[in-house]
Design a protein around this ligand. Structure first.
Ligand SMILES: Nc1nc2c(ncn2[C@@H]2O[C@H](COP(=O)(O)OP(=O)(O)OP(=O)(O)O)[C@@H](O)[C@H]2O)c(=O)[nH]1
Ligand SMILES: [Mg+2]
Length: 312
């Protein structure tokens, strides 16, 4: 497929073209940049919803139910699940596939899981690009599911238009750890597994945390409650997401966020370009030779850095 065939296929919501385009992005194929440039004018319609929370909180189950709720309105949905790096969750990924298999046959839904890459900013950049493909293909909503632990996951979730933070009762001290990272970025706090004890207590803790954070001139994150596996409370949780998006759009918050996200995107792209250039200029033993000279005090690291910069 050449670039215009890709673009054509994606705009026509051709599943194969979409899949292959996302693979190009994941593999950092050279054509992917041309493709993304060509797709950009066709993006901007989809709302990007980040779903995060601790491992096993029911993120995938909730996403599955949310997608079914949205599909009743006829809107089209994309889902990108970021594979957790932890080997312990390996089984859950398989679980996701089975759980979401009903959705997989719905032509109005596209589901894709993406693997974590080692590179700094690499996964966030790849995710942002994959979202563009789905956006251009006509999705009205794109979900990104990540486990809310680790900086790279938080970095991805920060790129969403709306963050739905999924918590569970009885997390005990875990909530402290989670607070530090992702509590800051929730637009809607959902307490899932409300069939378990401790939902009221968790709700009080979240409210207290929000009180400490101070004033919310535009939007105070509401707390919703679900029992995702039974489909209970899902419509209400979605209702709050929709309400947030409406408020964010009308107040200019959404646009402001997207401006911030575009800045991060450009920085990630630049970082990537420079990382590759550094890698290129330092290969074939060039860097090692300079390192020997540094250790022998024939030169110094700063002079070498200047010299290599000239060659980039
Ligand atoms: N009791 C109870 N179990 C639930 C509820 N929602 C989901 N589960 C179960 O919790 C388990 C984990 O659900 P997942 O949806 O895979 O959770 P996840 O957050 O996506 O998990 P990871 O992606 O591995 O972090 C599954 O066995 C679900 O059936 C709920 O409301 N109550
Ligand atoms: Mg999951």
């Amino acid at each position: 497929m050449n670039i215009s065939e890709y673009v054509d296929g994606i705009l026509k919501n051709n599943t194969r073209a979409i899949s292959r385009a996302i693979s190009l992005i994941e593999n950092e194929a050279e054509e992917s940049v041309e493709l993304l440039k060509a797709l950009y004018p066709h993006t901007g319609n989809a709302k990007l919803i980040g779903i995060t929370g601790p491992p096993g909180a029911g993120k995938s189950t909730l996403t599955d139910k949310l997608v079914k709720t949205i599909r009743k309105t006829g809107a089209r949905v994309g889902v990108i699940a970021i594979d957790p790096t932890s080997p312990f969750t390996g089984g859950a990924i398989l679980g996701d596939r089975i759980r979401m298999s009903e959705l997989a046959v719905d032509p109005g839904v596209f589901i894709r899981s993406m693997g974590s890459r080692g590179q700094l900013g690499g996964l966030a950049k790849a995710t942002q690009s994959a979202v563009k493909v789905l956006d251009a293909s006509g999705c009205d909503y794109v979900f990104i599911e990540t486990v809310g632990v680790g900086q790279s996951e938080v970095d991805i979730i920060k790129l969403a238009d709306c963050v739905l933070l999924n918590m569970i009762p009885g997390m005990g001290d875990d909530i402290q750890a989670i607070k530090a990272g992702i509590m800051e970025i929730g637009d809607v706090f959902n307490i899932n597994k409300c069939d378990r004890e401790g939902a009221d207590r968790l709700a009080i803790e979240i409210e207290m945390m929000l009180d400490l954070k101070g004033s919310f001139p535009i939007w105070r994150p509401p707390i919703t409650r679900t029992q995702a596996n039974a489909g209970i409370g899902v419509e209400d949780a979605w209702g709050q997401v929709v309400e947030f998006l409406k408020v964010a759009e009308e107040s200019g918050l959404l646009n402001q966020r997207r401006v911030e996200h575009a800045q991060i995107e450009v920085q990630n792209i630049l970082m990537d370009i420079f990382t590759k250039r550094i890698h290129n200029v330092a290969k074939d033993g060039v860097l090692e030779e300079f390192a020997r000279q540094i250790v022998a005090h024939e030169t110094d690291p700063y002079t070498v850095a200047d010299e290599l910069l000239q060659r980039m």
